[in-house]
Design a protein around this ligand. Structure first.
Ligand code: ADP
Ligand code: MG
Length: 422
């Protein structure tokens, strides 16, 4: 493969639609290969914006804005990093000859729980929790009765736990209905799932090109309020369960097609493996691969995108701990005790321009002789990260021009004002 230089007429351009912490790592890997990186998000100074050649701020749900930018930039590869993107724009771009990773239909299927669940369970015949789709409170009540309690209720378009709840009995249904309706995205339809009493859950990172498919070691993770807080690799599994997990991941990723890495989420109970959902992009629980593998999930993603060989080595057991903000701030800080910077630990600060309660701001990665030890260490060391109490800005200003706190410092006095007084 011939590489060129960024900003030249023959530069290889990758466009990131979504510029969060995962996109930032993809951008850094692309920079290492001399690719030109165009980072796009809905707010300025997003993490990947800061390591890109070009940064754009658009409404990514707006078909015209997305298409217009694609047509102007003419990227070689379009990498969706989040789910909230105009799917019509991606279909149209693909029709015009642009390459969407892994492909527009895969993005379409995976952004909607109904599409991916039907595809996995009904078309591919994979084992999943029992489920129903509902649009009214009455349908929800009926579906919950049929599936039994507890059951899990989620808007078909949602992520990171938004709008999700567990109903333990019929009396919870009304509340679950309201939680789902308040959520972002298209809450017009809900999925009701049988609650799987799994022993553990994993992400099986699966990278594929037309030529090969590779699996990373399974990643175990712990979720809280619909978001991951700890992940570790490798998750010990019985040979039977691991084999089934790989078969499911292969079936789903082959079914979706295209090139790139996929985060296949699975529930494991004994030797039984349930397909849960899949992201056609790097997965947040996979940040641990930044410390455990010769090629992280981000490097593998990019290799797959470029159609390069996907070989990598697993170096060491490791774990990750997410650091979440405890307060709102437009001048966010992460106060890291120097003890966190051990020889076996990485601290990655995402550089997000604002913090909100619960927003992921950093991650701590650590390695050890076993995944158990690594997880223990990650749990201990994450307490060495804190957001310093803010005394000034309490809330996030409405006016975007105020979001750059540097713009708020009073204009510097001129030389004459300083010497002779104002
Ligand atoms: N049917 C289920 N049974 C048991 N736990 C579930 C079920 N569905 C979701 N969960 C738990 O909730 C977490 C988030 O659900 P998921 O469907 O992955 O939503 P998201 O798209 O927000 O990641 C899962 O990782 C799992 O821990
Ligand atoms: Mg999930």
């Amino acid at each position: 493969m011939q590489f060129s230089a960024p900003l030249k007429s023959d530069a290889i351009k990758i466009m990131l639609l979504g510029s969060g912490e995962l996109g930032k790592e993809v951008a850094i890997e692309a920079q290492r290969l001399g690719l030109e990186v165009i980072a796009v998000d809905r707010y300025p100074n997003a993490p990947a914006h800061q390591v890109a050649h070009e940064a754009h701020v658009i409404n990514m749900q707006d078909k015209a804005q997305v298409l217009d930018l694609i047509r102007r930039v003419r990227p070689d590869y379009i990498l969706p990093e989040i789910e909230a993107i105009s799917i019509d724009a991606l279909f149209e771009a693909e029709k015009e000859g642009f390459t969407v990773i892994p492909n527009a239909e895969a993005v379409n299927k995976t952004m909607n729980r109904k599409n991916i669940r039907r595809f996995a369970a009904e078309e591919l015949g994979l084992k999943t929790s029992a489920y129903r789709f509902v649009s009214t409170l009455e349908e929800l009540e009926k579906a919950a009765e049929e599936l039994g309690f507890p059951c899990v209720i989620k808007p078909v378009m949602s992520s990171s736990g938004h709008g999700q709840s567990i109903a333990h009995s019929a009396t919870d249904i009304q509340k679950s209905w309201e939680i789902a309706k308040e959520a972002r995205g298209d809450a017009s339809e809900l999925i009701v799932e049988e609650f799987v009493r799994f022993d553990y859950e994993i992400t099986l990172l699966t990278a594929r090109t037309e030529n090969e498919t590779v699996f990373c070691e399974p990643i175990g993770h712990e979720q809280k309020d619909g978001d991951y807080i700890f992940s570790w690799q490798p998750m010990p599994m019985s040979p039977t369960a691991l084999q089934k997990a790989k078969e499911i991941a292969k079936a789903v990723t082959d079914g979706l097609g295209g090139r790139g890495i996929f985060g296949v989420e699975l529930f494991v109970k004994g030797d039984e493996v349930y397909f849960s959902e899949v992201s056609p992009r790097p997965h947040d629980t996979g940040m641990v691969t930044l410390i455990t593998q010769s090629q992280s999930e981000f490097a593998l993603h990019l290799r797959a995108v470029l159609g390069l060989p996907l070989g990598f080595a697993f170096f060491t057991p490791g774990a990750s701990a997410a650091f979440k903000a405890t307060q709102e701030s437009v001048t966010p800080h992460v106060d890291v005790d120097p003890q966190a910077f051990g020889p076996d630990t990485f601290v990655r600060i995402f550089g997000k321009p604002e913090s909100h309660k619960g927003r992921r701001m950093a991650v701590l990665l650590t390695m050890a002789a076993s995944e158990k030890e690594a997880l223990q260490k990650a749990k201990e060391r994450i307490s060495l990260l804190r957001d310093t109490p803010q005394t000034t800005e309490k809330s996030v200003p409405e006016n975007p021009s105020e979001q750059d706190d540097r713009a708020k410092t009073p204009p510097q006095k001129s030389f004459f004002q300083r010497i002779f007084g104002a």
